[in-house]
Design a protein around this ligand. Structure first.
Ligand code: NAD
Length: 480
């Protein structure tokens, strides 16, 4: 493997690293220091990348699947070899604690390898003396992967690259302007394993996404981000009938039943709500505690919340890094102002000290005690370390309230009674429903949002098939 430096950052077009006339830069959210320049791609860069992806598509699709998988495996090993450097870069640009960031790089490799172990066998529908009917999978062609700044910028890229590369598609990745650095290096590293044009990256500002989604030569878009942008992507893809996968926002409920081990579940729930300072699409965002244990649960939850150390992710003791960018920081200030305005009770934390002074977009976690069901903090996805906790009495009522959200990304039930837990789980309207845990993904289990949280699937064999078109071959053996 040739060395990769984490100091200079380029687009990757047709196998070559390319600078652009204009550049921009990200900001380290823990220090507010400027990070290195990154390209601002032009319309011409977009067209050249799409041309290169088109040219590479036929050869890559014709490469035997076993060879494509082998290359993905080798690439994954290279990601592992650079996991510490990717982790350092991720903490610097995104803010999360270093151990989590290094862990994410390892997880990215695990997901890549998981895709490389999947198969897409032909299905023989009929095989008789006179007829053979087979359904097979063919790669969709040129794909675009658009990723957000928040939860897992390295991992999100592999959710799109892995299945695209294994299925035989070519793909252009567009990182978020807020967190382009690791994604650019992931694609630069990939050049050592894949032919030119097979996997490319374009960095840019807010104008870049639409240039990619509008282009008629792009066959598929896989988008992860907010519901509002997802709708725009869908509209922009419609005139050329692109395949679209949308992984959008949610507002995950967690339902805590009365029979749990209170200290154990409270500690886990705090982590599942506040990891990455709540900037995870599948964080616990609304917590429903059974009224019979509510007070005791709150005591333990507050204890667990108060023990979390907020600070620079490079500090070994830090549990919660900064909010990733100023826009989100200001949005969270508005959330806290709405909590004050509505005179809601803050059980852990203090709205006056929620935003410590000094450099960095830091925010202390807040637990809001039994707010009204229609308050902003319950209805909207805060995407930050704010957790509303509400009371419930009957299963029917809590399921109804949990399902009230327009989104349906993740949800969980926490109970030692397996029958109760499963009875409740199957009634929740969400693509991922966990029992006694939350926010756990694995490469072979399909991930998707219900309702306004998405269209199509990522991960699992369905996530691989999402980069394919089915083709049925009907052979009349005596027809000619
Ligand atoms: P966003 O929608 O603002 O941006 C996402 C990406 O889309 C960025 O790369 C952005 O540059 C690009 N983009 C913006 N406008 C575009 C346009 N018109 N056309 C094409 N691309 C465009 O989202 P964000 O603020 O980066 O992320 C936060 C949201 O993402 C939250 O709602 C969160 O829940 C959601 N999210 C969902 C998942 C999931 O898997 N379902 C995962 C992570 C984040």
């Amino acid at each position: 493997m040739s060395p990769i430096n984490f100091e200079s950052f380029y687009n990757v077009i047709d196998g070559k690293l390319e600078a652009t006339a204009e550049t921009r830069h990200g900001i380290n959210p823990a220090t507010l220091e400027k990070l290195p320049p990154v390209p601002i791609s032009t319309h011409r860069d977009v067209n050249r990348a799409i041309d290169a992806a088109k040219s590479a598509a036929t050869g890559w699709a014709a490469t035997p699947m076993e060879e494509r998988k082998q290359r993905v495996m080798q690439y994954a090993d290279a990601v592992i070899a650079l996991a510490d450097q990717f982790g350092q870069m991720l903490t610097t640009e995104q803010g999360k604690p270093l151990s989590f960031a290094i862990g994410e790089a390892h997880a990215a490799a695990t997901f890549l390898k998981g895709f490389a172990k999947m198969d897409l066998p032909e299905r023989v529908i009929e095989d008789t003396e006179h007829r053979r009917v087979v359904t097979r999978y063919v790669p969709v062609g040129v794909c675009v992967g658009i990723v957000p700044w928040n939860c897992m910028s390295i991992l999100e890229v592999t959710f799109k690259m892995g299945p695209a590369l294994v299925s035989g598609c070519t793909i252009i990745l567009k990182p978020s302007p807020f967190t382009p650095y690791c994604d650019i290096k992931m694609i630069e590293l990939a050049q050592q394993f894949f032919p030119p044009g097979v996997v490319q990256v374009l960095s840019g500002d807010g104008s870049l996404g639409p240039l990619l989604t509008e282009n008629p030569d792009v066959a598929k878009i896989s988008f992860t981000g907010s519901t509002a942008t997802g709708i725009r992507v869908s509209q922009s893809a419609a005139p050329s009938l692109k395949k679209v996968t949308l992984e959008l926002g949610g507002n995950d409920p967690a339902i805590i039943c009365s029979d749990i081990d209170i200290p154990k579940v409270a500690a886990k729930a705090a982590m599942k709500a506040f990891t990455n300072s709540g900037q995870v699409c599948i964080s616990i965002e609304r917590l429903y505690g059974h009224s019979s244990i509510y007070d005791q649960f709150m005591v333990e939850l507050l204890e667990a919340t108060k023990s979390l150390i907020v600070g620079n992710g490079m500090n070994e003791l830090t549990n919660l890094g900064p909010i990733q960018n100023e826009m989100q920081y200001e949005r969270l200030r508005a959330f806290v102002a709405s909590i004050e305005h509505d005179k809601l009770t803050i059980a852990a934390g203090d709205s006056k000290n929620a935003f410590p002074s000094g450099n960095g977009y830091f925010m202390n976690p807040l637990v809001v005690d039994n707010p009204p069901e229609d308050s902003r903090v319950v209805v909207e996805e805060p995407f930050g370390p704010i957790l509303p906790v509400l009371k419930w009495d009957t299963e029917e009522d809590v399921i109804k309230r949990a399902n009230k959200s327009a989104g349906g990304l993740g949800a969980s039930v926490w109970s030692r009674d397996a029958v109760q837990a499963e009875r409740m789980a199957v009634q929740l309207q969400a693509g991922m429903v966990w029992i006694n845990t939350h926010a756990e993904l694995q490469v072979d289990a399909v991930f998707r949002g219900h309702k306004h949280s998405g269209i199509g699937s990522e991960l699992g064999i369905e996530g691989l098939k999402a980069y394919c078109l089915t083709q049925s071959i009907v052979h009349d053996k005596i027809g000619a």
